[in-house]
Every structure is written in structure tokens, then in C-alpha cells.
Design a binder for this molecule. Structure first.
Ligand SMILES: *Cc1c(COP(=O)(O)O)cnc(C)c1O
Length: 635
């Protein structure tokens, strides 16, 4: 094997940066990960420099970094691709995208999306009353659509009608038959005509992880018979002319493009037949589902997609046009509710590696006279190791010997020292076998679990439950990449453990050339802080996290490119993560009272002469400082 020098290109390939990064991420000659917008080299800046500046400003890690230029770029890209393809295909309708805020409701994120989408009349979607309150306040465009999904009570409906009164294009999508009577009653009561959408329950079974969003047993939507009844009911109440939109949503992160085609061929027919029956529909809303290629494999596995944005758009427009032309109906305006594909790329979680958890021990295993035969046997196995190619056999032998030794210990035959020696040699042997396996091209299947079990873990300062919920909940693969040293060959294979007291608090699914693996290559820890970035966390992860172990929301910085600036960027805003006091108060604790209680205990001990007054004050101060501090580890 020739040892050619490791280059940044090797790192790009290893971590598949071009594949999942959609051109937004690269590596510079210093070996640092960089960000750029729309694949242009200009406006590229160094994430390590962002981290350096964050440290100078006292921002503690873990932290979320939001690249607002990427967010803007996604909005631009989706709108541009739709517009260009519409033109290319002589499609007669327009594109009206809406962003479903449930995917990331952060005000700054929604504001940025609205701003970037202004010239495209890009709108918002809400799925609950609080989300509706937000979208009513956030977007005042009279041209952009506001789509309302989800189950609705009277207040929700009345808020929607309020939006109509102030001139907003708000479309109430009927998800369930009983909502029809409600809207008829309330619109009469308030004296405002609604804009109405009908959500179809498609027979196409959904696919991907959220397949329950579609199919006959789906939670949402009207069957064809219910839709026809709905039209009758609205007509009978003078609201027949208000039915403007037909909607379906077949699930999120749809891996196969075929699913969209099938949904459109069914939905398109329903649309056309309704129009032919005199329903004044104008919008065809295909929901969300546009996927993100998290693992960069361009396949139909759950963390990938077998299509690109342009292929998706072309398929949607082409299929819909074909059906409308066949049925002889006007091409409708196309609405999409893509959320994931808009926000996923713009944010990442940066965590510092605190240390390495591995099974090494330097317990003295020297031979002593009269030691138990099991210890001698284990030692002989180890001594034999280096001139022995039969790794599998040795592996079986040490496992068996360790088991016998454990039984002997339980019977009182082995001493504590002897057990410690056996464990130490055992671990050394396994580590040796693993290192041999990693150097070889292919790990035999029977030994794969050994590699998994003995591989090191990097302990990282974050909580999977707060920052990468889907990686825990549904096995979502997220790209993890070292921020620096990408010009060096990574020599350690490891998985990631977080700082929660939960054995599920880990990441052990990583991107591979062909699929997924349980460990990934990183650099040996040195003197310098070592940071890992967990990428594509902008959709759902940012907002779905929970406070397992009371690890709260992360510090956040919002970064913009600035080509005039020497470093190429500026930090526009720092949002402080939650303090211990804050997360405790969400669980009904009163931090002030807690400090007071502790002070009372200290005072009592001071009064009893057990603690010196000066020391007592210090202890109380320290407790209060900790209440104010960040919930994560501070080094
Ligand atoms: C969740 C949801 C979306 C967003 O889906 P993505 O896959 O994130 O684009 C759109 N529409 C509806 C009705 C939804 O429930």
C-alpha cells in the first residue's frame, strides 16, 4: 500500500461534503470547513473563524450556528426553479409557495424566509392556533397565500376570518367533514366570506417514514364522497364560490419521486373533475414532502431522496399539465408547502469534544507466582496474537476464557486482582483485533459487532434529545463532520456519546460510501479544542428538542456573509440559550425560592458554628451563579 499524502479532497470525499452539502459547504486550504452560498466561491467563509469569534464574544458551546444566507438561498432556489420550469413547459398557472412554520418556528427564521420570498409572493402555512397567531402577525403581504391546515376550533376559524377582513389571502383547508358546518356557521356570524380549500385523502399509500399522512386510513383529509358532499353543503349555504384550493400531503421526506407522480395523477384527476363539475378551484396544493439528501447517497433509503429539486419540480409541472390538458381544464396555480427542503441546510449544531471514552486500562498485568491458570492462559493468548492471523479464532477463545474467569470469580476462586488482570488483557486483545480489522479492507460480518463494541466514543457536549431529536427518535442520519484539521488523515474510528445520563444519548449512524456505518473516522484529540459539526439540523431538529436531563436550548448565533469584511462574515445576533434557572422554572421550580431555601440551610449551619460566615456567603453565591449558568458543561 502506498501512503500518499492526505489532502482536503480526501476529507471532502470521506465525509461526502459535496453530496449532502448541495454546494453550501466546502473545505479551505487550512483544512477548515467553510460555508458558501449557491456554490459560488465568492462569499465563502471559514466556520473555524466563526467559532473563534464566538469564543471571543463569550458564547459557550454547544451552540447553534444559523447561516442566514443559506436560508435565503433555499427560498430563492425553490421559487426560481418553479418559475423557470413553468416557463420552459408553457405551463399557464403560477407558483405560490408557502412555508409551513411547524418545521422551524423561530421568529428570525420565519422573518428571513418572508423577506427572501417577498418578491415571489411566498407565503406561510400554519397547522395550529398558536402558529396561526404567529403567521397573522408575521406576514402582511396581500398577494402571498396563507394556508391553514390542522384541526380547527372556533377561535382558529375566527382568527382566519379576521385575516380575511384585513385583506389577507387566507385559505382555510378543510381537514375533516365536521369543520364544514363550523365554518359555515362562523362565516355567517362574522359576516365574512372565507377562502376554502379541501384536503383530499389520497388512495396512494404514502411512503417514507410518514406514510401515515396518506392512504385511506390517514388521519387527515376528505374521501371523494365527503368532498362531493362538502361541495353540496357549501353551495347550499351560498359559499360554493369560495372553494378555491385542492390540497393533499403525502408525508414528509419522501424518498422516491415516483410517489409524487402517483399522487399527482390521482389528485390531478380529482381536481379536474371537480372543476368540470363547476367548483371554482384555482390552486393545486401538493403539500410538503420534498426531501433532503441527508446521507448524500441519492437513493431511496429513508435518509435520502432519489431525485433533485429540479427533477421534483419538473415532474410536478409536467404531470399536472398533462392531466389538465387531457381533461381540458385550465392549468391551476401550483402551491407547495415545502418546509424541510427550505430550512434543513441553514443551521448546524457545533459541539466541543470533551474527551474519549475507550476501554483501555493500564492495570499492571505482570506475571506473579501462583497466579490462577486463567490469568496465565489469557496472557498466552495475548503473546500469541502477533504471529497469528486467525483473528476470529483468537476472538472466540478470549471471549470464552473471559466467561470462564467470570464464573470462577463468582464462585470465589479468582481474586479481585486476578479479575482485573484478565479484564485488562482481554480489552487489549480486543483492541488489537479491532485495529487489525480497521486496517483491512473488509470486516468479516461476524466481527462487525466487535468493531462496534470496542470502538471509542467521543464524548460531546450536547444532548441528542435537545439538538438531534430525529437521530434518536427515528434513526435519521445527520452528517457529522470535524470543523477543522480536514487536511489531516483522521485516525480514530468512533461513535458519539452525549452528556445525558441515557444510554440512548448517542449518535451511531454515520454516512458511508455506500450506506450507513456505526462509527466514523475522526482525528486523535490533541491540545487544541476539537469541534464537531452536526449538519442539516434546520428542519424539525431545531424546534422539536426536549429537555431530557434538563439540558435546555442552545446558545445561538446568526451569521451573514460580508464580502467586504476581512473574515468574510459577521455575527448579526447572539441569542442566549437557557440557563439552569430558566429550565428549572419550566418544571415549576422557583429559582429564587430555591436560592432562599439553600441560604436558610447555610445560615442554620453558620448559626451552629459549623460553617464560617464568610464561607457561608461564598457557598450561597456559588449556588446562585450556577442557577444563572448555561445547562451544558463548561470547561
Ligand atoms: C408537515 C407538513 C408540511 C411540511 O412537510 P415537509 O416535508 O417538511 O416539506 C407541509 N404540509 C403539511 C400539511 C404538513 O403537515
Amino acid at each position: 500500500m502506498t501512503m500518499s499524502k492526505w489532502t482536503i479532497n480526501d476529507s471532502k470525499k470521506l465525509y461526502k461534503i459535496n453530496q449532502w452539502g448541495e454546494g453550501y459547504f466546502s473545505v479551505n486550504s487550512l483544512g477548515n470547513l467553510t460555508v458558501r452560498t449557491e456554490s459560488k466561491k465568492s462569499g465563502e467563509f471559514d466556520i473555524a473563524s466563526v467559532i473563534k469569534e464566538m469564543k471571543e464574544q463569550g458564547v459557550k458551546f454547544p451552540a447553534v450556528i444559523r447561516f442566514h444566507d443559506i436560508l435565503r438561498s433555499r427560498v430563492r432556489l425553490i421559487n426560481k426553479v418553479f418559475r423557470e420550469t413553468i416557463e420552459e413547459y408553457d405551463y399557464e398557472g403560477r407558483y405560490y409557495g408557502v412555508y409551513p412554520i411547524k418545521v422551524n418556528q423561530m421568529r428570525e427564521v420565519v422573518e428571513e424566509i418572508i423577506d427572501a420570498g417577498l418578491k415571489y409572493d411566498y407565503g406561510l402555512e400554519a397547522g395550529s392556533k398558536p402558529e396561526l397567531l404567529a403567521v397573522l402577525a408575521m406576514n402582511d403581504s396581500k398577494k402571498a397565500l396563507t394556508i391553514l391546515n390542522g384541526y380547527k376550533d372556533d377561535d382558529y376559524m375566527k382568527l382566519a376570518l379576521l385575516g380575511r377582513e384585513v385583506g389577507r389571502k387566507i385559505i382555510i383547508v378543510i381537514e375533516k367533514f365536521s369543520e364544514i358546518k363550523k365554518i359555515i356557521r362562523l362565516s355567517k356570524e362574522v359576516g365574512v366570506e372565507p377562502l376554502i380549500g379541501l384536503r383530499g385523502k389520497m388512495s396512494v399509500p404514502g411512503c417514507g417514514r410518514w406514510s401515515g399522512s396518506s392512504g385511506e386510513r390517514a388521519k387527515f383529509g376528505l374521501s371523494v364522497s365527503e368532498m362531493l358532499q362538502a361541495v353540496e353543503l357549501f353551495r347550499a349555504n351560498g359559499l360554493g364560490d369560495c372553494i378555491k384550493l385542492f390540497h393533499f400531503h403525502i408525508g414528509s421526506q419522501i424518498p422516491e419521486i415516483r410517489s409524487f407522480k402517483e399522487a399527482i395523477s390521482e389528485g390531478g384527476r380529482i381536481y379536474a373533475k371537480l372543476v368540470q363539475a363547476g367548483v371554482p378551484l384555482e390552486y393545486f396544493d401538493i403539500g410538503g414532502g420534498l426531501g433532503v439528501d441527508y446521507d448524500g447517497t441519492r437513493t431511496i433509503n429513508d435518509s435520502s431522496t432519489n431525485y433533485s429539486l429540479s427533477e421534483y419540480v419538473a415532474d410536478v409541472i409536467y404531470s399536472l399539465k398533462q392531466i389538465c390538458d387531457l381533461e381540458g381544464v385550465t392549468h391551476p396555480n401550483i402551491v407547495t408547502e415545502s418546509g424541510r427542503a427550505v430550512t434543513a441546510h441553514h443551521s448546524c449544531v457545533v459541539t466541543n469534544v470533551i474527551g474519549k471514552i475507550d476501554a483501555t486500562s493500564d492495570f499492571n498485568t505482570k506475571k506473579v507466582t501462583g497466579e490462577h491458570i486463567f490469568v496465565s492462559n489469557m496472557r498466552e493468548l495475548e503473546e500469541d496474537l502477533h504471529n497469528n492471523e486467525r483473528l476470529q479464532e483468537t476472538y472466540n477463545d478470549v471471549i470464552q476464557l473471559k466467561e470462564s474467569a467470570l464464573n470462577a470469580f463468582k464462585l470465589g476462586i479468582l481474586s479481585l486482582e486476578e479479575r482485573a488482570k484478565i479484564e485488562t488483557i482481554y480489552t487489549r486483545v480486543l483492541n488489537y483485533i479491532t485495529s487489525k480489522l480497521i486496517d483491512s479492507d473488509k470486516v468479516p460480518e461476524e466481527l462487525q459487532s466487535l468493531v462496534d463494541d470496542t470502538s471509542a466514543k467521543y464524548l460531546c457536549n450536547f444532548s441528542v434529545f435537545q439538538s438531534a431529536a430525529d437521530s434518536w427518535a427515528i434513526g435519521q442520519v445527520l452528517p457529522v463532520v470535524p470543523i477543522t484539521r480536514l487536511h489531516e488523515k483522521p485516525t480514530v474510528n468512533c461513535s458519539i456519546a452525549d452528556i445525558t445520563c441515557d444510554s440512548d444519548g448517542k449518535i451511531d449512524k454515520f454516512i458511508d460510501e455506500t450506506g450507513h456505518r456505526t462509527t466514523f473516522p475522526v482525528h486523535e484529540l490533541g491540545e487544541e479544542d476539537y469541534y464537531l459539526g452536526i449538519f442539516l439540523t434546520g428542519a424539525y431538529q431545531d424546534v422539536m428538542g426536549d429537555m431530557h436531563n434538563l439540558f435546555g436550548r442552545l446558545n445561538e448565533v446568526h451569521v451573514f456573509k460580508d464580502e467586504e469584511d476581512e473574515s468574510g462574515f459577521y455575527i448579526e445576533e447572539v441569542i442566549k440559550g437557557q440557563s439552569c434557572a430558566k429550565v428549572l422554572s419550566t418544571m415549576q421550580y422557583n429559582p429564587q425560592y430555591m436560592a432562599y431555601s439553600l441560604k436558610k440551610v447555610v445560615d442554620r449551619e453558620v448559626a451552629r458554628g459549623k460553617i464560617q460566615p464568610r464561607r457561608g456567603v461564598k457557598l450561597v453565591d456559588f449556588y446562585e451563579d450556577c442557577l444563572r449558568s448555561y445547562t451544558y458543561l463548561e470547561s
